[in-house]
Design a protein around this ligand. Structure first.
Ligand code: ADP
Ligand code: ADP
Ligand code: ZN
Length: 214
């Protein structure tokens, strides 16, 4: 099963992607995670992406489409995958369609996690991640049992540098400038499914599974 997750920053793409990944045994491909790792490892990609990410702007399409194209060619993607945070522009969506042409079948579902932006600021400023396994938590909505320590692996939690109010506002602007074009691109494919991302995590998961198991 090949799945795309769309939605604004904080909608719950990463959270739902991890749950789907475990349930269906397919990898989560998060361009944000790949880029953050590249920055941490100070690779050429990381050096080129950092300023854009720090400012809440999109990393140029050619850099990102290249990463995804290579990642999808890896053997663990043969049974499917979940794209989390990609595509984010019409150009990326078109590039993805192009790179899937050589392979059997295309995307099965495009799940758009819709959410009220005004309620997402709190989700993003309270977001905490595990340094070790990247599991997401939230200070208030999904706290760890022990403060600052990952429930899953005992790793240390951190806050993303771009989860500040100033950068969040810029990321919302970027999202809004692209969202409609992406929606209409996929709406015409018949694979587009909106879900209500304002609901609690388990209710969003229920909506998503109802679509995937259909
Ligand atoms: P995205 O990948 O779309 O930016 P995340 O999955 O990282 O979003 O979620 C952002 C923050 O909001 C995290 O701290 C996460 O724990 C929390 N969160 C995710 N989904 C929900 C939800 N449905 N209700 C409340 N909090 C949520
Ligand atoms: P969120 O879901 O909370 O917005 P992500 O981890 O998906 O965060 O993305 C963080 C940042 O990484 C973005 O603000 C952008 O700079 C960069 N990025 C991630 N995915 C893409 C993409 N598909 N195209 C361009 N830039 C991207
Ligand atoms: Zn962990």
């Amino acid at each position: 099963m090949r799945i795309i997750l769309l939605g604004p920053p904080g909608a719950g793409k990463g959270t739902q992607a991890k749950i789907i990944s475990e349930r269906f045994g397919i990898p989560q491909i998060s361009t944000g995670d790949i880029l953050r790792k590249a920055i941490q490892e100070q690779t050429d990609l990381g050096r080129r992406a950092k300023a854009f990410m720090d400012n809440g702007q999109l990393v140029p399409d050619d850099l990102v489409t290249g990463i995804v194209h290579d990642r999808l060619a890896e053997p663990d993607c043969s049974r499917g995958y979940i794209l989390d945070g990609f595509p984010r522009t019409l150009a990326q969506a078109e590039a993805l369609t192009e790179s899937l042409k050589g392979q059997r079948g295309g995307i099965d579902f495009v799940i758009d996690i819709r959410a009220d932006l005004s309620r997402l600021v709190k989700r993003l400023t309270g977001r905490r991640l595990c340094k070790n396994c990247q599991q997401m938590y939230h200070e208030e909505f999904n706290p760890t049992k022990m403060k600052g320590v990952c429930d899953k692996c005992g790793g240390e939690l951190y806050q993303r540098e771009d989860d500040t109010e100033e950068t969040i506002v810029r990321r919302f602007d970027v999202y809004e400038s692209q969202a409609r074009a992406l929606e209409s691109f996929y709406a015409s494919s018949g694979k587009y499914r909106p879900v209500n991302g304002d609901l609690p995590v388990d209710q969003v998961t229920r909506e998503v599974f109802a679509i995937l198991n259909h």
